[in-house]
Structure formats: C-alpha cells, structure tokens
Design a protein around this ligand. Structure first.
Ligand SMILES: [Zn+2]
Length: 169
C-alpha cells in the first residue's frame, strides 16, 4: 500500500492525523489467515475400560460399550494458520497439507479397529476426545515443517457430536 492510500485508510479508521503523528499500520499489515482442510475416515471401536467389567462399562458408556464394537464415519477438520506467501498468496498448499494428514493420520485409521490396530491409540479409551488430542499430537510437528502452525483439530463422530482441540493452555 502506498503512503497516500495508507493515509486515507488510516484516516477512515482513526480520524485525521495530526501533524507529525506516526501513521498507524493498516490492520492487515501482518495478516494471520486460517486455512481448513477436511478429510474423512471410517473406523470401528468400542468404548470401555479393560479394568472395568462389562456391567460397569455398559452402565457408563451405554451401547457404545457393546462387546463387539461399532463403527463411525468420522469427519476430520484440520485448521492451520499462517501468513499468505508473497508470491503465491497461499498460506499452505492444500494438496501438500492433505498428503501430510493422510500419511500421519488417515491412512493409519481408515477401515481399522481403533482399539486394536493403531499403535498410537493403544491402551487408551478411544473416545472422540482421545482421538482429537492424539491427532493433534501426530500433526503438530509435520504441520510446523510446512511453515504453518496447527490451530485446531475437529473430529465429528456423528452429525450431532464433534470435539475440537486447540492444544494445551
Ligand atoms: Zn463410537
């Protein structure tokens, strides 16, 4: 933005400038843009603690604790944040981001039993909360390697229920 345009924009936002007063930066001088990619996977699981008997698991988790498990068509939303590239205007190449999510998460979960076949979920109660936090941990490093920051992992278990995780406080 040239100086005349900057002055006009500043005037519109902050009123006329007094002589010698520094020109405020335009609000979009350091834009932080969120980019969101959706992926999907289907998987089976059962809610239950191995140290509880079936009666207690059923009392706490209801039909989600049925002994032979059940499945979900999960929807995964990955939000990353960063600044648009000066040349491409992209925050991140979504094709590359998708490939990273597939490699580190989707390929390891899709058409699997989450309680048995996924080493990084081993020994955990496979709630959507657990899944969301574990996916965050899996993607934090690989997303950072793309030059952007992970902002949110959202996992939809059903149309009515989803969980979001934004990392630790
Ligand atoms: Zn379930």
């Amino acid at each position: 933005m040239n100086k005349a345009a900057l002055d006009a924009s500043s005037k519109a936002r902050f009123g006329p400038l007094k002589e010698g007063q520094p020109v405020p930066l335009p609000l979009h001088s350091m834009p932080l843009v969120h980019v969101i990619r959706r992926e999907r996977f289907s998987a089976a699981h059962r809610m239950g603690r191995p140290d509880w008997d079936q009666e207690k698991n059923s009392a706490v988790f209801g039909k989600c604790a049925n002994p032979h498990g059940h499945g979900h068509n999960y929807v995964l939303w990955v939000t990353v944040k960063g600044q648009p590239d000066a040349e491409t205007s992209y925050v991140v190449d979504l094709g590359v981001l998708s490939a990273v999510i597939k490699e580190h998460v989707v390929d390891q979960l899709d058409h699997r039993n989450l309680d048995i076949e996924v080493p990084w979920l081993k020994g955990k109660v496979t709630s959507t909360e657990t899944l969301t936090m574990a996916i965050w941990d899996r993607l934090l490093g690989p997303v950072r390697a793309l030059g952007v920051e992970l902002h949110c992992i959202r996992v939809e278990e059903t149309e009515n229920n989803h969980v979001e995780y934004h990392g630790e406080l």
